[in-house]
Write a protein that binds this ligand. Structure first.
Ligand code: SAH
Length: 566
């Protein structure tokens, strides 16, 4: 099990130095600081409690530089819920104490030792088994799976009562543990791939040495794999991964089966049959058993690290950052950015999407090289990498999603078509601006880009005219730029033929970004000089109205109804 990078959470500047020291121990760890109180952190948060609970629920290990009591009280409401329990530690601001609080089975004591060693102090470890044996027997290292946690707990308490133990099988990580070993012991730690009915005096640990190779997808694939493992006498938790031929990369039934079995699926170029495929990808092969021509079970001498077998199916996500502020980014986009190997996009947006870890590669390009960027993204994803293409707002609104699809549509490369492609939406500038102004788009509306770079100006004029005739509220993207100086003025002439000069207009500039401004004017007052390329222009319909708000500003909204006609 590879852990997510921890979040180091601090409340004040006093703990920044300790936080940075801890950060050096964990590549990818970010320091989160309270907004307005600490400068120079990697991410800012506004509310300590909500932030801690969110990290916890996302299974992110937490290192909080504050009193243990604060952390406990903050997470208390979540502790009774079943589900993930990441490691949670409290560390004294000055680094003088390290207290593991939660996540005993997630390796919290291992982290406590690492952090304490880094800070030159002794960790406050209170877990008896851990203290006595120097390792948590119920938390074997990655590549090994515990058969049964509840039986395991009983086993450890028997050991703590002083009983001796013997080790059957290979358990290299236990070499340094201070276990009371004896060949004649009743208690046994059993390490092996064979399925076993766990008896009360054993701790059974399965090494993940089994790989199932597949060259054709049969119906009920997961059930077939279950059955094949059972017949071969192998324990299911010993399954490390599936490996399939490249031709199956986009096969939904294969991915569904892997998800059901709870293992990753890896790919390799086609082979004559499943046994040959397994032999091709597995080093340290111990045996291969052909269940059928298309399905084989391979056993390795050592636990298999799936990330070293063949390659992953590449993934390409086209994401929307929202208007700018982190709290308007959807959680799926945040998760996607965390898993990305490569991030592509216009430099401003790539920077907005960060900070990134040292192992993530940023590919910043000019805003106009969209097709080239889309093709580059597929080249990277086709190598098995996890790639993110960044747009501001929503990727489907005058942004990269369509460019990426156009590149794929043009391509005949089967590797590009096998990439797992997903678009993740964001809050578009028109919606973010409208929300701040009230509800100017509260009834039917029309979204237009005023840029004639990619379409003839005559089409824009026609659409504007028809949208105005239809009495739609209007949202103008790309309203003006240095190379398109006159277009907005001409567009407004058309609008004025249909709307009176009191029609409310909202101008949102850099919404959700530092220095944002929001202005409400009327169509009569609106001048192209009030607008630049970072501005969103919303023009009301005949029904849009405004009224003063208590803070001195104005609410603008379009009612959901039309006045009844005779
Ligand atoms: N995909 C983006 C739009 C890209 S087109 C989205 O969905 O928001 C670029 C235009 O969007 C800009 O010219 C501007 O009109 C508008 N825009 C983008 N971000 C903005 C923001 N934060 N504030 C105001 N307007 C913005």
């Amino acid at each position: 099990m590879t852990r997510k990078a921890p979040a180091i959470v601090i409340l004040g500047t006093g703990s920044l130095a300790t936080a940075r020291k801890i950060q050096q121990l964990y590549p990818g760890a970010l320091v989160h600081g309270l907004e307005g109180r600490v400068e120079g952190v990697d991410c800012s948060y506004q509310e300590f409690g909500a932030t801690l609970r969110q990290l916890y629920q996302q299974d992110t290990p937490i290192i909080a530089l504050c009193a243990a009591g604060i952390v406990i009280r903050t997470l208390a409401s979540l502790l009774l819920e079943k589900g993930v329990e990441p490691p949670v530690l409290a560390v004294a601001e000055d680094g003088s104490a390290v207290v593991p609080l939660l996540g005993g089975l997630g390796g919290v004591n291992v982290m406590a030792r690492e952090i304490a060693a880094g800070l030159g102090v002794v960790p406050a470890i209170t877990t008896s088994g851990e203290l006595r044996f120097g390792t948590c027997l119920l938390n074997p290292p990655s590549g090994y799976a515990l058969a049964d946690l509840e039986l395991g707990k009983r086993f450890v308490s028997d050991l703590l009562a002083g009983e001796p133990v013997r080790i059957d099988g290979e358990a290299p990580w236990l070499a340094d543990a201070q276990l009371p070993q004896s060949e004649q012991a009743q208690l046994a730690i059993h390490v092996g791939c064979q399925a076993r009915d766990v008896s009360a005096n054993e701790l059974v640990i399965y090494p993940r040495c089994v790989v199932v190779a597949i060259t054709a997808v049969a119906p009920e694939l997961a059930a077939t794999v279950h059955e094949a493992l059972r017949t071969a006498g192998l324990a299911e938790p010993a399954l490390a991964c599936l490996v399939a031929s490249d031709a199956l990369m986009a096969e939904p039934a294969l991915h569904a089966a892997a998800a059901e079995l709870g293992v990753p699926v890896r790919f390799a170029p086609g082979a004559e049959n499943a046994s040959a495929l397994a032999a091709q990808v597995l080093q340290q092969l111990s045996s291969v058993h052909a269940v059928t021509d298309e399905l084989a079970i391979a056993l390795a001498h050592r636990p298999v690290d799936p990330s070293l077998i063949g390659r992953a199916r590449g993934r390409l996500a086209v994401i929307g950052l929202g208007p700018g502020a982190a709290e308007f980014m959807v959680p799926a986009v945040k998760a996607e950015l965390a898993r990305a190997n490569d991030i592509l996009g216009y430099e401003t947006y790539v920077r907005m999407a960060g900070p990134f870890r040292a192992d993530q590669v940023m590919h910043c390009t000019d805003n106009r090289e969209e097709m080239q960027r889309a093709r580059h993204a597929f080249e990277l994803a086709a190598q098995g990498r996890s790639v993110v293409v960044v747009s501001s707002g929503d990727p489907g609104v005058f942004a990269m999603a369509a460019a990426v699809l156009e590149a794929l549509h043009e391509s005949t490369d089967p590797h590009w078509h096998a990439v797992e492609l997903e678009m993740l939406p964001g809050v578009s500038a028109s919606l973010a601006t409208a929300a701040q102004a009230g509800a100017p788009l509260g009834h039917d509306f029309c979204v237009l880009s005023l840029s004639d770079n990619l379409k003839p100006w005559s089409i824009i004029e026609k659409r504007l005219d028809l949208a105005c005739q239809a009495d739609l509220a209007l949202a103008f993207y790309n309203p003006i730029s240095r190379s398109r100086p006159w277009q907005l003025g001409r567009a407004l002439e058309i609008v004025r033929q249909h709307r009176n000069e009191n029609t409310p207009v909202v101008l949102g500039r850099d919404i959700g970004r530092p220095g944002q401004t929001l202005r409400a004017v009327t169509l009569g007052q609106l001048l192209p000089e009030m607008v630049d390329m970072r501005t969103m222009v919303l023009v009301g319909s005949s029904q849009t109205c405004g009224f003063p708000r208590a803070d001195g500003g104005q609410w603008i909204y379009t009612p959901r109804w039309y006045p009844a006609t005779e």
